[in-house]
Design a protein around this ligand. Structure first.
Ligand SMILES: [Mg+2]
Length: 406
């Protein structure tokens, strides 16, 4: 049995906890004080007027006259995250922090019966109110696996407590929309619709093979199992990473090919990221060398605001590559790899906190569509196009990539 804990209106609650004069009032948190920016959180009093995450500030004022707009304080939210984590962990061991305001816990052996689990959840809520703050309410879901626990934590808000037992499946899910399910974002919803799955009931009735096809891989089989309460562990969207690695054939053991192949692998990983409606905040690049003096390696990584944008990721990759030692007479690259981690679902993205929107989103979408239809190499960014004219490396590494059609 797993327990998922999700804070209600997290950023807004942090502000109300810090500033008692805002409690109970309709407030929204915005990344900066501008009418054109979007709210990243709304208090429950503001939600009643239809203000939600993504509502433009000007629109929020129209929907809810008198709403207080508060400028976001990201360090404060990280501080509360750490306090919540410590508080939860004292009551029930945390298995994973799946976003800034979501935690998955493994119920201890003595608390796996429904009564004991619910009692523990209540203890947890009391501890949160006492140790973190009375405004910091949370919704808790308890279920046979982590994914169902997350779904359960979304059913009742605010201050919810929902238990899903094996005999509740699948009908307890039937009232939900596809998009209510963790891991189904707008892209995945479209793919499911193309597979003639429009409701959660249809999703639950679909065969393992149908889901495998809809997801285009093992994620669909995992969904099949999760819907049925199988104890499937957390996967890619919760805590792992997406990565590719490649052993270079002898003819490609040079810097130009290594660089180009890393770019191609990064672009593939980014496409997979978007298909799963995830965003990444961490890139690791590794090159293994083979040479006269044995084996060497070059491992670097970069952290950045969450993104699924290939162009942004290209900039991060190029910045890392600027320090690449390069091959020389004693070593040549033999094995290359790139890993994207720090993954969260794109709907939990905190990017709007720090940056203005996602200017390349339509371009990314169009690229993915073409690549899905005509094959993975239909459209890609120039850096991955192994020196058509063997351009000098320095230029290839630093140029701003543009779209090339092969
Ligand atoms: Mg939340």
């Amino acid at each position: 049995m797993k327990l998922a804990l999700d804070l209600n209106a997290y950023f807004a609650s942090c502000e109300q906890q810090e500033r008692p004069e805002l409690r109970g009032l309709p407030i929204a948190v915005a990344p900066l004080m501008a009418e054109t920016t979007c709210c990243i959180a709304a208090s429950y009093a503001a939600k009643k007027f239809g203000v939600k995450t993504g509502t433009q500030v000007a629109e929020a004022r129209r929907l809810c006259p008198g709403i207080e707009i508060v400028e976001a304080r990201p360090p404060l939210y990280v501080h509360y995250h750490d306090r919540i984590k410590a508080c939860v962990d004292r009551v029930v061991p945390i298995e994973a922090a799946t976003s800034i305001d979501e935690f998955i816990c493994d119920l201890p052996a003595g608390h796996k019966t429904p009564e004991k689990a619910v009692a523990l959840a209540k203890t947890l809520k009391q501890a949160m109110a006492r140790e973190v703050g009375e405004v910091m309410t949370c919704s808790i879901g308890i279920a046979p696996n982590a994914w169902l626990a997350k779904v359960a934590s979304d059913i009742q808000k605010p201050d919810g407590l929902v238990l899903i037992e094996p005999h509740d499946l699948p009908h307890i899910l039937h009232g939900l929309e596809l998009r209510d399910l963790s891991g189904i974002g707008p892209n995945m919803e479209q793919r499911l619709n193309r597979a003639r799955i429009f409701t959660v009931q249809q999703l639950c009735a679909a065969s393992k093979l149908e889901l495998r096809r809809a997801w285009g891989g093992v994620e669909g089989e995992i969904m099949f199992e999760r819907l049925r309460g199988a104890p499937v562990p957390l996967t890619v969207s919760e805590c792992a990473s997406i990565g590719h690695s490649h052993v270079l054939p002898p003819v490609k053991r040079n810097d130009v090919d290594a660089h180009s192949i890393i770019h191609r692998m990064m672009q593939k990983a980014a496409m997979r990221l978007r298909r799963l409606d995830l965003v990444t905040s961490h890139m690791q690049v590794a090159v293994r060398f083979i040479g006269k003096q044995g084996r060497g390696h070059w491992d670097v990584d970069a952290r950045f605001n969450h993104t699924d944008d290939t162009i942004e990721l290209t900039h991060h990759l190029n910045a890392l590559w600027a320090d690449y030692p390069g091959c020389n007479t004693s070593q040549a690259p033999m094995h290359v790899g790139v890993v994207l981690s720090g993954l969260i679902e794109s709907r939990h993205q905190t990017v709007p906190l720090f940056e203005a929107g996602r200017p390349h989103a339509p371009l990314m979408k169009a690229m993915d569509k073409l690549n899905l239809r005509f094959g993975k190499s239909t459209l890609y960014f120039g850096a991955a196009h192994k020196g058509r004219d063997h351009a000098p490396m320095r230029i290839a590494f630093t140029r701003i990539p543009d779209v090339e059609v092969e």
